[in-house]
Design a protein around this ligand. Structure first.
Ligand SMILES: C[S@@+](CC[C@H](N)C(=O)[O-])C[C@H]1O[C@@H](n2cnc3c(N)ncnc32)[C@H](O)[C@@H]1O
Length: 254
């Protein structure tokens, strides 16, 4: 079976939109409002508007347009504050350790809440089973599941260093949880009866293909919030939480 390609990184378009925005703004200010160079925040606002326009033309998602609109103006505004540069570096390093290669994976960090985790526990087979959380974040979900089902074995794979470390620490005392550092795409799914995913729309087609290729008939793929496009779920469970979470349950081999 031909493997689906991962979604392309949005970074190329982001850099392009910023460069085009800078060029357009420079030309506009040079030709129409040369005095704007004396007001850096106003010049930055023009660059932001031009970069947002470029992103719109490049058909970037709406949140990228908002980011382009604000990016350079916020950089210029932050430059006027007397904050030691080391704080910016520290904030960058912490963000990097938490979000890691979100540009590549297209999956940021957000966590399954306790009510949804209880609903996931209710979906597990009644017999002892093996469960994998692909991208386990801080391990909170696995910790709750492992306590609810001491008869089952739980594995979490996480590639972002800080959430991985937290997950390791939070599950140290639970003998039925293993947290692995790495890329879940390298984890064979055939060892698991249930694979849980709380990712984003981007990887769902490829995850489904991997599940079909590797999971045993009867295995369950449970996706929090993001359905597999063009595949009908065996069932969907509505969770009574604030965000009205939906769990999509797919049975393999049907
Ligand atoms: C939305 S969070 C969900 C966390 C946890 N499963 C939960 O439900 O609370 C998705 C996690 O997947 C991780 N992730 C994304 N792509 C990954 C990959 N290819 N390999 C390992 N982890 C990945 C992210 O770093 C993030 O921590």
């Amino acid at each position: 079976m031909k493997r689906a390609e991962p979604a392309a990184s949005p970074l190329r378009d982001a850099v392009l939109a910023q460069l085009l925005g800078g060029l357009m703004a420079a030309a506009l200010i040079y030709l129409a409002w040369p005095r704007l160079w004396d007001i850096p925040l106003a010049a930055a606002a023009v660059q932001g508007a031009c970069a947002a326009l470029a992103a719109y033309k490049l058909e970037s998602p709406p949140w990228w347009i908002a980011i382009h609109l604000l990016f350079v103006p916020l950089v210029v505004a932050a430059g006027t504050l007397s904050i030691a540069p080391a704080w910016y570096l520290a904030a960058f390093v912490v963000s990097l350790l938490v979000f890691w290669r979100t540009d590549k994976s297209r999956v940021p960090l957000y966590l399954t809440n306790a009510t949804a985790a209880a609903a996931v526990a209710g979906l597990l087979p009644s017999r002892p089973c093996h469960v994998l959380d692909v991208g386990c974040g801080d391990g909170g979900l696995l910790r709750q599941l492992a306590r609810a089902r001491p008869d089952c074995e739980f594995v979490g794979v996480e590639h972002a260093p800080l959430p991985w470390l937290l997950a390791r620490l939070r599950t140290l005392r639970l003998p039925n949880v293993t947290i692995r550092y790495g890329d879940f795409w390298s984890q064979h799914l055939g060892l698991f009866d249930v694979v849980y995913a709380f990712l984003s729309p981007a990887p769902m087609p490829m995850l489904w293909q991997k599940a079909v290729e590797e999971m045993n008939p009867g295995g369950l793929l449970v996706s929090n919030s993001f359905p597999v496009p063009d595949v009908e779920a065996e069932r969907t469970a509505s969770v009574d939480d604030r965000r009205a979470t939906r769990l999509y349950v797919y049975r393999l081999g049907k």
